[in-house]
Design a protein around this ligand. Structure first.
Ligand SMILES: Cc1cc2nc3c(=O)[nH]c(=O)nc-3n(C[C@H](O)[C@H](O)[C@H](O)COP(=O)(O)OP(=O)(O)OC[C@H]3O[C@@H](n4cnc5c(N)ncnc54)[C@H](O)[C@@H]3O)c2cc1C
Length: 411
């Protein structure tokens, strides 16, 4: 009997997970294609500053981070614990960091990726690097034909199922360039525009502030915006601000900028004190001290934090009550999200309404979509990778079921 074939296009975490599940079907040949010279480049980049695979919080709390019941379903089926066990079976031990985030003991992605590719190879999965899908996808009876641009010219491949695992649109140089959005739209698949997620923002710093504070961290402040309020830190950049605290608030800030053209968050520069306490300290006699020196002496505020006060509330320096209010509730005006290419991840993508519960396109039987190319978003903290793995797994099992169904209907 001829083996059926599965074509997995995109060799990132979601595509490889789909390939792994499919490779367990004895009657199926699984081929993975990727545009880049090697697989998993964004995954490797994610490991550069410590691969945050997943998170240790309670599962219900974990899935709530996606704000999306569909994504929650994939993750309930492949939970953070299941992901840790899976990594362990690849010889990669993980640990829970102080923040509850889970990392491989070695912190990097490369040992995991190496072991994973070896196991896929042993399971018979064929890998074709430098094969860039050019958007052509056509159906011939029970098979899909796909076209690739390769160093040897155009090549085509046929398979009963196709898994599209093409990633979002950030960090294009790592392979996921979002070119697929227009190809799928042409095929009448609804795609929400890709937008930056977990991103930095532009701020109109004065030249003086920029020159003095670019690259400096702003530590232990509370950033509030709407329902969001969290203590953390961020970094001043030439164009604005980036870092964990900013990324965490980036979805509502981005949405507000899209709606209103700008967003004003609030910074609490002295979160350990109430405004009354701040005012009491600032009201202490200051003699000939400058306001900046007085802020340092009474509240320990100096450097970039005093710089922020001067940038956003220069008028408050004239009066203790206004200065106390500014220390506790400093308006922080953000003009625009940084471009998608610089973001950690993308929001937008293939509308989940276009997919059945197995992540198969309703309009294209046998074609599945997985990972960051789907329309969901999540904060950093391991939520991105967990959902990418979980979606790949769901589509892999879904594709197996689909193959069983078509083989029965044709026999
Ligand atoms: C700097 C950085 C740090 C990160 N850190 C973390 C972290 O610590 N924890 C976390 O959870 N997440 C992190 N992420 C996010 C995470 O890496 C991604 O969400 C994840 O890699 C997405 O997986 P994917 O398989 O959907 O897509 P990708 O990993 O983007 O893979 C898509 C693949 O498809 C290929 N491809 C695209 N178009 C074509 C085409 N036309 N033909 C053939 N192949 C194509 C690409 O070459 C690529 O290999 C980080 C991201 C960045 C940029």
């Amino acid at each position: 009997m001829n083996k059926a074939t599965a074509l997995v296009i995109g060799g990132g975490p979601s595509g490889l997970m789909a390939a792994e599940v499919l490779s367990q079907s004895p009657d199926l040949q699984v081929n993975v294609y990727d545009a880049m010279p090697s697989l998993g480049r964004k995954f490797l980049m994610a490991g550069k500053s410590g691969l945050n695979l997943t998170h240790s919080e309670a599962l219900d709390q974990f899935v709530a981070r996606y704000g999306n019941g569909e994504v929650a379903r994939w993750v309930y089926d492949f939970s953070p614990n299941a992901l840790r066990e899976w990594a362990q079976r690849l010889g990669v031990k993980t640990f829970v960091g102080t923040s509850g985030k889970i990392f491989p003991v070695e912190m990097k992605a490369s040992p995991l990726l190496r072991a994973w590719l070896k196991r896929l190879d042993a399971a018979g999965v064929a890998v074709r690097a430098r094969y860039r899908w050019n958007g052509k996808l056509s159906r011939r009876e029970n098979q899909w034909e796909v076209e690739f641009e390769t160093p040897d010219g155009i090549q085509s491949a046929q398979g009963e199922v196709v898994i599209l695992a093409l990633g979002g649109g950030s960090w294009r140089k790592l392979g996921s360039d979002g070119a697929w959005t227009s190809w799928l739209e042409k095929a009448d698949v609804k795609v929400e525009a890709l937008r930056p997620a977990n991103c930095g923002f532009d701020v109109s710093w004065s030249d003086f502030f920029k020159e003095k504070f670019e690259g400096q961290p702003v530590k232990s402040v509370v950033l509030s915006f709407g329902d969001f309020a969290r203590r953390g830190e961020f970094v001043i950049t030439k164009n604005g601000a980036e870092g964990n605290l900013i990324y965490a608030a980036s979805a509502p800030l981005r949405d507000e900028i899209e709606r209103a053209g700008k967003a004003t968050a609030t910074l609490d520069l002295a979160p350990d004190w109430t405004e009354a306490q701040v005012l009491a300290r600032l009201s202490a006699p200051r003699g000939s001290r400058s306001t900046a020196k007085h802020l340092e002496k009474t509240l320990g505020l100096k450097g970039v934090k005093v710089g922020l006060l001067r940038e956003f509330a220069p008028e408050s320096f004239a009066d203790a009550a206004r200065l106390a209010a500014a220390v506790k509730r400093l308006p922080f005006l953000l003009n625009a999200p940084r471009p998608l290419d610089e973001a950690i991840s993308s929001a937008g993508g293939v509308s989940l309404d276009e997919l059945d519960e197995n992540l198969m396109l309703k309009k294209m039987a046998g074609v599945f979509c997985v990972g960051e190319m789907l329309n969901w978003e999540a904060p950093t903290g391991g939520y991105l990778l967990t959902a990418c793995f979980a979606s790949g797994r769901r589509a892999g099992f879904g594709a197996q079921k689909y193959l069983t169904r078509i083989s029965h209907s044709s026999s």
